[in-house]
Structures are given as C-alpha cells and as structure tokens.
Design a protein around this ligand. Structure first.
Ligand SMILES: Cc1cc2nc3c(=O)[nH]c(=O)nc-3n(C[C@H](O)[C@H](O)[C@H](O)COP(=O)(O)OP(=O)(O)OC[C@H]3O[C@@H](n4cnc5c(N)ncnc54)[C@H](O)[C@@H]3O)c2cc1C
Length: 489
C-alpha cells in the first residue's frame, strides 16, 4: 500500500500533525521506534505553555509559541486534557534585572502585535503586591513581571490525547518501528520508501518529526545537516502535601550567559499539585543520557531556593531529566523539499508551539502538492480518561483496595487512589499499552509517594490479563532497556 502521508516520530509534534491530517480524506501512517507514544522529549519536560514575553522574536519560535499558546485552550478542551493558567512571575533581584523585565514585557507586546494576537496585560509589580500573590517569595526579590498568559499541562497527556484522537479519526500508528533507511524517490512523482525494522513502507509525502532522531533522518532524505547540541535538564518532583504554597509559575531573570541554555530554574506546581523545580542545563553527548545526578540536583535546589527559600530536599518523590535538541542557530528548523517536510531542533517552546507547527506543516504539504479534502466523519472530541479525583478516608480506601479483581471500583494504586476502571479505560483507546510506564503516564498509577512499589505488581497482573500475555512480558518500559538511573538526594 502507498500511504498518502507518513509521519516519523510519535511525540507531541508528530501527534499534532497526525491529528490535523486526520481531518482530511487521507491515508496516514506513523512510525515510532519506542513501545509507546511520547517516550522522547515530549515525556520529560516542564510542561509550561509559555508566554511570548520569554521567547525572543522575531523568530519561528516566537511565532509558533504565541500561536500555539492561543490555540491551546480550545485544543485541550476538545481533547479532554487539563490546562491550567496560573500565570507566570519572572523575578528580578536588582535594578539591572528590572530593566530586563521591561525588555521582556516589550517583547511580549511586540510579539502580539507582530503576529496579530490580542493584547495581554503584562505588568511589572513591586514587592508588596508580589508578597500578596506569593507570600513565600525570597526577601531578595525586588519586583516581578506578571504574565497572565502562561499555563501548564502534563505534556505526555496532551501527546497521548493527540495520538488517540488521530487514531480514532483513521490514522495508523506502528510502535516499535525504528526508521533505519530512507530512499529518495525519482523525479517522476513516485513515493518515498522507508525501511523500519524488517519492513518497508511507502508514502507520497513524509514528515520527519523524530525529535533527537531528526537530523539523521533528514540527512538520509537529502537535507543539509544542522548542528544540534544536546542540553540536559534535571528536575525534582515533590509530594503534594507541604508547608508552603506556590501559586504562579516562578521564573528568574537568567544570570549573564545562562539565558542561552534555557529559561532557567523555575518553581511551580504541576497540574496535580506536586511541587516541581528545575531544570538546570548541561551539555551532553548522548540523547539517551537521561539519568539524574547529585551535582545537578543540588544545583537545581540551590536555584529554586533563590525564589522560595523554604524549598529543601524534604518531600522529593522523584527526579527526572530531559534533553533539549538545541540548534546552534537558535531557531526551529522547518524545511520542505520534494514532498518531504523536515522538522529539527524543536526544543522549548516546542510543546507550546506544537499545534501551530502542525498548521504550518499542513500549509507546507499543500504547497508541496498534497490535496486536503475535508473528511465529514472527523470527530474533534476525545473523552478524557476517567479522571474523578478521589479523596477516600483510610477505611474506605482499605475496603476498596480489597475488592475482588473483577470490581471496577477496586483501587489499584493506593497513593494516587487510582481505580481499576481508570486503567481499563486508558488501555482501550487504540494504542496498545503494554508497560507499567504507559499505564503510569495515562492514569497516574505509580506517580505517588511510593512510586509504584505498592501498585506495580497489581498493574502488571491487570495488564497481562487484559492483553492475554504472561506477566513476565509486562515490563516497566515496554521492553526498552532501563536507561534512566535515578539518584535520590
Ligand atoms: C528539559 C526540557 C524542558 C522543556 N520545557 C518545555 C516547556 O516548558 N514548554 C514547551 O513548550 N516546551 C518545552 N520543551 C520542549 C518540548 O518538550 C519539545 O519541543 C517537544 O516535546 C518536542 O516534541 P517532538 O515531538 O518534536 O519530539 P519527541 O517527543 O522526542 O518525539 C520524537 C519521536 O520520534 C521518535 N524517533 C526518533 N528517531 C526515530 C526513528 N529513527 N524511527 C522512528 N521513531 C523515531 C522518538 O522515539 C520520539 O518518540 C522542553 C524540552 C526539554 C528537553
């Protein structure tokens, strides 16, 4: 079969493109090397929907970040993904940094004008007002820029939802299918040929959304390679209960030279109320180098304490790292030639930008000659995975944990109070989920205080039963090697 469009890479960018394509009367195939969607950059990042104030323009990043930010509320509502907009505060510690805040504010206003977005109220607030918003802020902070347009999501929840919806609308996704070779077509309009594992696939149009794998794939397709550095960032996640609160997403004006590496160490809560701090920035040689280390975690802690001095290592339940694909030229790489769209260097704010990037990819496909005929059967809505947040008292929790296995109300994960029915719902949505991590990302089973010690075996048993395979076949990461090393402070 010759597909109309093939997508290489099932991260959030590939997912946004797949969903857009599934609006049209096209055959779409996606190839992903991992055993699940969103196992690459889209799994391990901060999950912030960025304000245009912090994205330097004019640039592709500034344009797609702003457009993506504006599209995000509708997209998340259609897909049943939780998006919160607590707003961000960029903290300044000196009069010189106050001037940087002014520059950020002007950047946000300028970007909105340039890309035709409605105005937003960006304000530099003084310490008194700041204290009323964030009572636990460091005494060294003199003022802050308040940007109401910053938000947060769980990045892999958006990615998974995009893929589920694309599949429900007819797209095909093949997991565990690493693309190894690409054969350019002749000039006669014949299809591209792509080899993944033992198999060969053909498509008239190809989109390279392979994250860290993009450069190699682009090179094979005939694109001039770019220099993409790998910058690792580490994070600490805390249990929900703590003695102090954080209401906004807290950034700091980066110290000199630090701005090049990223947006600096931030402090915020996740959508589920866990405190999260990070990331630092270290250049590494390998995109699989996702372990955490004590030195970086200490640096993150020290950086976070500059914003909220009460933060310590008490209450940490998890550490993780993500790797940014940082193009030395600074901007996203988006190129099109011979019915092939090449995306590379999609670092931060790639998550925020993803819906706008998808629109751009479709525009490029159209220019390359793809007919986009709307499909009347397209369904934009995806029901959220059963999400009721339970707050059971000890006795009821114990009773529900002990319910027999066929009872959907049985609690599988004690810490996050995840009922069996949520897991059953999550694994029956068109993507084969065959790992503990796959269940964890979709349902939160294993995301609590004990990090899966209690529920790991129970989830394994449930998955094995539902998939009809022996329990030994259910692994933490779906047969992938255990690459991440986790250090605790
Ligand atoms: C530390 C960090 C913090 C960040 N914070 C933010 C933030 O707060 N806000 C924001 O907007 N953005 C943020 N980003 C950026 C954002 O996470 C990325 O831009 C986005 O997730 C990129 O998605 P992607 O789909 O391009 O890549 P990926 O998610 O990596 O997807 C690419 C997929 O391609 C697959 N693949 C690779 N090679 C092959 C192959 N040969 N064959 C088949 N499949 C292949 C991979 O397995 C992967 O699943 C952050 C990034 C990092 C690293």
């Amino acid at each position: 079969m010759i597909y109309d469009v093939m997508i290489i890479g099932a991260g959030v960018v590939g997912g946004a493109v797949a969903r857009e394509l599934s609006r049209y009367d096209l055959s779409v195939l996606a190839l992903e090397k991992e055993s699940d969607v969103c196992c690459g950059i889209s799994k391990s990042n901060t999950g912030i929907i960025h304000t245009p104030c912090l994205v330097k323009g004019p640039s592709k990043k500034a344009e797609y970040n702003l457009k993506g930010n504006l599209m995000m509320d509708r997209l998340c509502s259609e897909l049943g993904v939780v998006l919160q907009r607590p707003g961000a505060l960029v903290l300044a510690y000196s009069e010189e940094e106050r001037e940087t805040l002014q520059a950020y504010k002007e950047q946000g206003i300028r970007s909105r004008k340039t890309y035709g977005a409605p105005d937003e109220e960006y304000r530099i607030i003084e310490r008194d007002e700041l204290l009323s918003l964030e009572p636990n802020i460091s005494s060294a902070v003199i003022c802050a820029l308040l940007t109401p347009d910053a938000g947060r999501i769980i990045p892999y929840e958006l990615g998974t939802a995009l893929w589920e919806n694309a599949i429900a609308n007819g797209a095909d996704l093949l997991l565990k299918s690493p693309v190894q070779a690409i054969v350019r077509p002749e000039d006669d309009g014949s299809p591209w040929t792509v080899r993944a594992g033992e198999k060969t696939y053909r498509a008239r149009f190809v989109i390279n959304a392979a994250g860290h794998g993009s450069e190699e794939i682009g090179r094979q397709a005939g694109f001039t390679p770019s220099v993409i550095e790998k910058v690792k960032g580490q994070y600490l996640i805390y249990r929900r209960e703590r003695d102090f609160d954080v209401n906004h997403i807290l950034f700091q004006v980066p110290s000199k030279g630090q701005g090049k590496a990223g947006k600096g160490i931030l402090v915020c809560k996740t959508v589920y109320g866990n405190l999260m701090i990070g990331p630092d920035a270290r250049w590494v040689g390998d995109s699989d180098d996702r372990g955490t280390d004590k030195e970086s975690l200490e640096e993150v802690l020290e950086g976070a304490r500059k914003s909220i001095p009460d933060i310590s290592s008490k209450g940490v339940i998890k550490t993780f790292a993500g790797i940014r694909p940082k193009p030395v030229d600074g901007d996203f790489i988006i190129e099109a030639s011979d019915r092939f769209i090449h995306l590379s260097g999609i670092e931060s704010p790639g998550l925020t930008s993803s819906p706008a990037l998808a629109e751009e990819v479709l525009a490029l496909l159209r220019k390359e000659g793809l007919d986009l005929v709307p499909k009347h059967s397209f369904r934009e809505k995806r029901e959220p995975i059963v999400r009721e947040i339970l707050d059971l008292d000890k006795e009821e929790l114990k009773r529900r944990i002990e319910l027999p296995d066929h009872e959907e109300e049985q609690i599988v994960c004690r810490c996050e109070q995840v009922p069996r029915k949520r897991i059953l719902d999550a694994i029956s949505r068109g993507i084969r989920v065959d790992s503990l991590d796959g269940v964890k990302r979709r349902t939160r089973a294993g995301q609590g205080q004990c990090q899966g010690n209690f529920c790991g075996g129970r989830v394994r048993k449930l998955l094995a039963r539902e998939l009809g395979v022996p329990e030994e076949e259910i692994t933490q990461r779906g047969g992938q090697p255990l690459g991440d090393r986790i250090s605790r402070l």
